[in-house]
Design a protein around this ligand. Structure first.
Ligand code: SF4
Length: 385
């Protein structure tokens, strides 16, 4: 696969915490661990054997900012499709293998950038680790040991009674130790649970006990609203302690939505370069404009902007002028008018009906100047007050 420019800087802009020291693996051209930028992954929902539909969805995911994609491989037809998908995808493809060890070999042979195995449900997997480690070593294919609360090894379920953090961690490290016996350490690990509290504790313990890069995920997080909150809370708790090297938000929603949420989480933590950011107030009884409408119209008008613009949209003069001054561009509203700020200076006052078009016009001017100055994604620059 040709390495593609993902536009991710080597050093995060404002790391919230020192990153946990982890070994680095290469998932195709994307580095994971060892201080590499935290990457965003998703998983296709198409039948993998439907090569056209799968590649179409991967293209959509790539356009939405996804950096690594996983595809399911439950049948021989899916395994047969992997080589074409891996070759034609613009982003690295990970094959997700449950139950059948033979598909692990098929995925490695097919040129997948990595293979995910679930130690809890792969039959006779432990007996074949030596062969798998050899094949993965020969092809330079990393393995993700993906432990999941819903399919925990029966032996550990009996020992712990349920999928506790300790049980998830023991399952993952046991599996990793089998690979280590054969000198294979090109591994990343996930220990997913649907309860963020259990998941956070599992990753915290795992982070202390190994130096493998960690793939964060709250499994079966739920529909978009609930899943977004659960993932943001759990990832935030871990990433703010420097734990986590790649993330997958699991939503009962189209995969591109997962990517949007993942990117927003990283941007909010200063772990990914920001682009457009709208700073808008929630509105209250003091509001002198319709803040929701204003924020929505400005957001829609600036959709797709690549430069890091922070725009402040505020409903009244309480916090309006302050936020508008701090942003690259802002409006402080009141008395049927809007004071327009650019880089902290009031440049004009316009009637309320002209606020949106004026902001968009000024944003375009600033963006053009930023592009001329070679300013890429980074600190955001538009605020609406
Ligand atoms: S800026 Fe004004 S309208 Fe908006 S929440 Fe604050 S006080 Fe209310």
């Amino acid at each position: 696969m040709t390495a593609i420019e993902l536009g991710v800087p080597e050093v995060p802009l404002r790391p919230i915490a020192e990153r946990r020291a982890s070994r680095r693996i290469q998932v195709g051209p994307v580095a994971v661990g060892g201080g590499a930028p935290v990457s965003v992954q998703s998983m296709t929902t198409t039948r993998t054997s439907d090569v056209g539909a799968t590649l179409q969805q991967i293209a959509e995911l790539t356009a939405s900012g996804c950096q690594i994609v996983r595809v399911a491989c439950p049948t021989q037809d899916d395994a047969d499709a992997l080589a074409t998908i891996a070759r034609k995808s613009q982003i690295p493809v990970i094959a997700d293998i449950h139950f059948q060890p033979k598909y692990v070999f098929a995925a490695i042979e097919a040129g997948c950038a990595a293979v995910r195995v679930n130690p809890g449900n792969i039959k006779q997997f432990d007996d074949r680790v030596k062969e798998i480690a050899q094949a993965a070593q020969d092809h330079g294919t990393p393995i993700r040991i993906g432990v999941n609360a819903g399919s925990l090894d029966r032996r550990l379920l009996q020992k712990y009674g349920k999928a506790t953090p300790e049980a998830l961690v023991e399952s993952a490290l046991w599996e990793a130790s089998l690979f280590e016996e054969h000198g294979f350490r090109d591994i990343k690990i996930s220990v997913k649970h649907n309860d963020p509290v259990v998941m956070i504790e599992a990753y915290r313990q795992l982070a202390e006990q190994c130096d493998y890069p960690l793939h964060l995920g709250v499994t079966e997080a739920g529909p978009a609203f609930q899943g977004t909150i659960k993932s943001a809370v759990a990832f935030g708790a871990l990433l703010s302690r420097g734990i986590g090297d790649t993330i997958r938000v699991s939503l009962s929603a189209p995969p591109a939505e997962e990517v949007k949420v993942g990117i927003q989480i990283l941007q909010s933590l200063g772990l990914k370069e920001r682009r457009l950011e709208i700073v808008s107030c929630p509105s209250c009884g003091r509001a002198q404009v319709d803040v929701y409408k204003l924020a929505e119209e400005v957001t829609a008008g600036l959709d797709g902007m690549e430069v890091p613009l922070r725009v402040a949209v505020m409903g009244c003069v309480v916090n309006g002028p302050g936020e508008a001054r701090e942003a690259d561009l802002g409006v402080a509203s009141g008395n049927g008018k809007g004071q327009i700020f650019v880089k902290g200076q009031v440049i004009k006052t316009v009637p309320e009906s002209k606020i949106v078009e004026t902001l968009i016009e000024e944003a375009m001017k600033i963006a053009e100047q930023m592009e001329q100055d070679g300013v890429g994604p980074g600190e955001p620059a538009v605020t609406v007050s």
